[in-house]
Structures are given as C-alpha cells and as structure tokens.
Design a protein around this ligand. Structure first.
Ligand SMILES: [Zn+2]
Length: 493
C-alpha cells in the first residue's frame, strides 16, 4: 500500500477509502466529509429517567469506536451528544418522587457520565442538555410556523407531514395511506404509522412547563435533537448516528423539522447500530432482561470485558449478549494484556528480523482495512489476534529480536486507540462504583512503582529486599510473575 495524501483529511496516510453504510441511501458509500479534515457528528444520547442499560451502551460504544477511528485517520471530530432531560417518563417519575425535573435528572446524568467513563467512552465535544436549549427549540418552531409547516391544536404545535413530501426517505415508511391531520402527542409511537407529531406540547394540569412566545408548554423529543444539532454543528452535519430503533419516528422527524426549516440536507450519513439481544431476545425492560452496567459490575464482570464484547461485533450485526460471550471477551482482553506485558518485559536477542517487520505491516494493513470497511471490528480484531499468535510463536522459537518489540507494541497501541481495553484498571474502576471496595488494595500506579523498586533491588542483587516487596504485594492480592524472557508482570488475584 502506498503512502500519499489522503483526499479526505489532507494528511499523509494510507489510501484506504473509508466506507460507511448510510441508512439514507441504503448503500455502503465512501465517506467524504463536507469540510476537508473535519467531521461534524451528532449522536442521540440517553433519556435520563433511569440508569442506561447495556443495550443503550452498545450504541454508545459504537459511537465511541466511530469517533476514535475517525480521529485515528487524522480527522478533527466535533461530536455533539444530547441529554434528553424532559419527557413524559421524566415528568411522571420526578412528580412521583416529589422532586424537581432538574433534581431528578441530575442524578441519572451523573450516573450516565460515570458509566461512560468506566467504559472508556471519550467525552463528546459538546454535551447538550435539552432543558438548557428551550429558546433554540422555540426559535426553530417559529421558523417552521413562518414557513407554514405547523398548526396548533389545544395549545400544542404539530408538524404537518403532508407539507413535507420527502417524509419517509430515511425509514422508507409508506406515507401513501396516511390520514391527513392524524396526529400523535407521545414521542415514542407506533412503528408503522406516520402521523403529525408534536413539536411543542401544551402542559397537562399540574405539569412543569416553560412560558415562551409560542405559549406555555414543553418541547417534543424530536425538536430537541434538530435544534441542538444545528446550533452546534450548522445546518448540515456529516454523520448522525443512533440505535436502529430511532430510525422511525425519531430520525425521520428530525429530518422533516430540520430540512423544512433550512431547505438544506440535515445529515449526510446516517449510521444505525443494531439491537443487542440477551440470550437471543431483544433487550427491553418489559421482557425483564434489563441489565444496567452496574448490575453487571456487581455480578463480577469487568468494564474492559463489557467494552470489548460490545465493540467486537460489527455495529450493523445483532449482538447476542450472554455470560459465555462476556467470559470470552474477558479472556481475549487478558490474552492481549499478557501479550503486551511479554513484549514490554521480555529479554530478546539483539537485532531485528525482517519477517516480523513484514508481519507487522500486514497486521496494520488488515486492521485498517477492517475498520475502513464500515467499521468491521471483527475483521480488525482478527488481524490483531493473528499477529499475537504469530509473534508468540516467533518468541517461543527464539526468532524474535529486541528490535521487533517496539513495532509490535506500536500495533497494539494503534489497536488500543480504538478498542481501549489494554490498561489493567478494572479493579480501580470497580472500586469507584463501590465494588471490591478494599481500601488496602493498591492502585495500578502504586503497584508499578513497587514492581520497579523490586526490579532495582534485584539488579543490585539485594534479594532480601526483592523478596520482601514480592511478599508484601502478595499479601495485598497482587501476584508477580517472572517471565521466561526475564521480565516481570503482575496481576490481581
Ligand atoms: Zn435524537
């Protein structure tokens, strides 16, 4: 593969063209952003009425892999994520709890942000809270009204679908048999029934409302995303992503509102992540197979295994989440960490081998091609595990040289820039959730320091000191393993 200037980023990089499956066209297409070198992306965030469940996190991990991949290709990514902190469920639940909407949602927003951190999800450039953007939504509704796209009924404002002929272009829903004027107030409605939807909802008795130029009330769900996306990213975005459930009505309605107001395309690429299944059943609260991250942590599962599993299945395939698949993910992560430690601490003969140089180049190319192919993470992972196997074999045969370690470690670094599971910090993260809360248990940095001290003691042949450190760490649950290659690695019991 030749190195030349990329047409999309302007950087000197390999010439793999990035392909994404675009729900709008129904095709897999080359990805070229509107502005060279920059990607403006909007991702539908959570409705913060409860803890997010593992099905939600499948989408959030996909969005994180997407942004990390684009960054690794040299793009400047500007990502906006909304927090829906007002909707029917929030209003009901906060009233039932006897607290304000703000107080009720603050708790779940913090929980959501903590959850994201535990899965190494990078923070988006803008996190937009719906209730802090009411003015932007009202203004957008006023623009739609000025252009004749709305009507009011009982104090609520509705979008008139029949005025927007392109309605249905994303979800391919058939609007032919639609009854003109049939409307719906709830945000989440019948999957195969196009209706005029509420942009602004009049308050029901006793409900919280905002006093605005378009009357008292609160925004509908769809207008939130349109208003906040365009506020931070302009009229036309490069990528809009979300779970496949959101295609209709949510994303269809976002397109209608935004394009009716601006007369311009709203989002150029629509990427949708498939369902997560639990034991082959669609994850949902009603089925009772609802698992929050915290429940999984409490059940002894590590953040890194969960992230690895969620990232490992290409986003357009259904992912079956089972204890066995989590177990498999945990051993994959362990295998990679052990391999990285072997490379870092191994003592290899001097020199470098041409065969490893070639092997590394092949792994890089396959990894890159996998991700460029609509984020085929399974293919990218296969490239890494093939390399791990081949390098382990070379080490065992004594064919691996000192100078080979750095290029292989660089491949692992490239892998980890996207998958983010190599750092052995699960115990630390779980402690932050009050799990395994043994305050005597040392953190990674402390262990690394003690291991280095022990190495120094061994070098000066102070074996008493070296043994003392080993015993002390063992008492605190840390096992040191002296490898055949002459290095040391540690793990928690
Ligand atoms: Zn949205």
């Amino acid at each position: 593969m030749s190195v030349q200037e990329s047409p999309t980023t302007g950087d000197r990089t390999t010439m793999t063209s990035i392909q994404f499956h675009n729900t709008l066209s129904g095709q897999t297409e080359p990805f070229v952003p509107l502005v060279k070198g920059e990607v403006r992306a909007y991702t539908c965030g959570p409705t913060v009425y409860d803890f997010a469940h593992i099905g939600n996190f499948r989408t959030f991990v996909f969005q994180d892999v997407l942004r990390r991949y684009l960054k690794s290709k040299g793009f400047r990514v500007i990502q906006v994520m909304n927090l829906t902190d007002v909707d029917d469920r929030i209003i009901q639940k906060s009233a039932a709890a006897g607290v304000s909407i703000r107080e009720y949602t603050d708790k779940y927003i913090q929980a959501y942000l903590d959850d994201r951190k535990s899965l190494n999800l990078e923070p988006p450039e803008h996190i937009a809270r719906a209730t802090e953007h009411i003015d932007d939504m009202v203004e957008l509704i006023q623009r739609l009204t000025a252009k004749g796209f709305t009507y009011t009924s009982d104090g609520s404002t509705y979008f008139r679908i029949s005025k927007f002929p392109a309605y249905g272009k994303l979800s391919k829903i058939d609007v032919a048999g639609m009854q003109a004027g049939a409307r719906v107030d709830v945000d989440r409605y019948d999957k195969d029934n196009a209706r005029d939807f509420a942009l602004w909802k009049a308050p029901k008795p006793g409900e919280h409302f905002w006093e605005t130029p378009i009357g008292p009330g609160r925004p509908g769900w769809h207008i939130e995303c349109s208003a906040m996306a365009m506020k931070y990213l302009g009229d036309t975005l490069d990528i809009h992503s979300g779970g496949v459930d959101l295609t209709f009505p949510h994303h269809e309605n976002e397109i209608a509102e935004s394009e009716a107001a601006t007369g311009k395309p709203f989002a150029r690429y629509w990427l949708h992540a498939e369902h997560l299944l639990v034991d082959q059943e669609k994850m949902s609260k009603s089925l009772g197979n609802f698992a929050t991250l915290r429940e999984l942590f409490a059940g002894g599962h590590k953040p890194s295994s969960i992230r690895f599993l969620l990232a490992s299945v290409p986003y357009r395939r259904q992912l079956n989440f089972t204890p066995e698949s989590l177990q498999g993910a945990a051993s994959s992560v362990e295998r990679l960490r052990t391999f990285a430690a072997r490379l870092r601490s191994g003592k290899f003969p001097a020199g470098a081998s041409a065969s490893i140089t070639d092997r590394v180049a092949k792994a890089r190319e396959e990894f890159d091609q996998g991700l460029a192919d609509d984020l085929n993470t399974a293919q990218a992972l296969a490239a890494i595990f093939d390399l791990v196997r081949d390098v382990n074999t070379a080490i065992d045969r004594g064919e691996f040289r000192e100078g080979d370690a750095a290029p292989v470690l660089a491949v692992l670094e490239m892998f980890d820039a996207i998958f983010a599971v190599l750092r052995d910090d699960d115990a630390e993260k779980l402690r932050a959730f009050g799990i395994g809360g043994d305050s005597a248990a040392p953190g990674d940095a402390e262990i690394e320091a003690r291991v280095a001290e022990r190495e120094a003691a061994r070098k000066r042949r102070d074996f008493a000191a070296s043994d003392r450190i080993r015993d002390e760490l063992a008492e605190r649950g840390i096992i040191l393993e002296d490898s055949r290659d002459g290095g040391v690695r540690w793990k928690r019991k």
